[in-house]
Design a binder for this molecule. Sequence first.
Ligand code: NAD
Length: 383
Amino acid sequence: VSIGVLKEIEPRERRVAATPASVGRLVKMGLAVIVESGAGASAGFEDAAYAEAGAQIVPKAADVIREADVITKVRPPGAHPETGEHEADQLRAGQKLISFLWPAQNKELVERLAKRKATVLAMDAVPRITRAQKLDALSATANVNGYRAVIEAASHYGRLLGGQVTAAGRIKPAQVFIIGAGVAGLAAIGAARALGAMVKAFDTRPVVREQVTSMGADFVPFEFQGETGEGQGGYAKEVSDAYLAAEQQLIAEHCRTSDIVITTALIPGKKAPELITSGAVVGMHRGSVIVDLAAEQGGNCALTERDRTVERYGVTIVGHTDLTSRMALQASELYAMTIVNLIDEIMGKKKTWELSLDDEIQRGMLVLLDGELKWPPPRPEIR
Ligand code: NAD
């Protein structure tokens, strides 16, 4: 079985689905690896390093697709920005693809891949269960994103984050407010605390309180007629309009006393909830910073502009959606290992590509099997 690694075609995407280290692991598993020349260049990995790890380097994407049994990449297949050629159209019948896919949002792409009779596994559909953690690409990505959000905020904030007593005067620690305490939010708490800031966090799932406090942040309490945002399987669900209005008010109060606000609130498969109203931005003091990690899903702040940094009412609002690419080396290392772990799960001791459809992880990620739609998977039995 051979594994192919494509260079990403999205212009701002700098990550790559394999690193020299991950290639080494695949080769050790007895697999052949074929890497498109330049695939790792923007993440800091040269062709020579992949070759040294045992990969065959080929000049073009078409060469990878022709030679490899399993194609791996980061972004969902798309049209080449220069040639217009669509990556999906090049796949062969029975060929396997592993990448982020977002099947619920990309129905046309799924149909396109189905026409090719491809087998497709979506890295964004790894079940969030303990056994699957080593191939949880979403958590690996969110962790890097949360960290980078703090670095972005710090670079726009004109002061130190940590408190100090200096000969020239006292420096007060920055007050950081994190909205949404999932994987990205918790990583942001860790990074902000490490820089010495005072941190508080809010989430509609009360169960995260303990995780927030164990990271050294305060949890903002909120009680609304017994309603919470905890949905099935521990995921967040949409809250009622009345809850949202009350939450917006609570958030506005906390924004007023914060120097940096990082928002990460998402509902799986839905537009991001608007939590910071324009009125709340007006109430913040000049020089404060908002980093909106939900910008790609519409933003948690009413004034966020996707892929831009803007100043509104004296507040800097960062809406960039490429934070993971700004950490391309680290993000690629983690993503590449989730891919290796998935391939290892599938091939196991058999050393051949054989999907187990009764395995919760493989079944959960399977979007197409030789062109046949398998997504969404049947709901697992409630135990
Ligand atoms: P996410 O990125 O989808 O959402 C981020 C956070 O935003 C969530 O914590 C959510 O509760 C919160 N949120 C949603 N609406 C909000 C609102 N109106 N106000 C404030 N906060 C709001 O979440 P994620 O980080 O991908 O994690 C999703 C779930 O999966 C969590 O329950 C997490 O604990 C769980 N998880 C489990 C595993 C595992 O066991 N393998 C791994 C990762 C995550």
